[in-house]
Design a protein around this ligand. Structure first.
Ligand SMILES: [Zn+2]
Length: 56
């Protein structure tokens, strides 16, 4: 499972508008650490789907 590079270049964090890194089955914001799930190679860029892992 992978999000195409072209899409990764376009996608931005919905909170801080920074670029995202692909990490396992999720996209992670480089700046604020917000996580976005990827379902069937399609990133879900919705406020209600995004989250920040709690704790260290
Ligand atoms: Zn962000």
């Amino acid at each position: 499972m992978a999000v195409p590079d072209e899409l990764m270049e376009i996608l931005r964090c919905i909170e801080c508008h920074s670029q995202l890194d692909q990490r396992d089955a999720e996209l992670v914001c480089r700046e604020c650490g917000l996580h976005f799930p990827v379902e069937g190679d399609i990133p879900v860029m919705l406020p209600e789907s995004s989250y920040r892992p709690e704790g260290p």
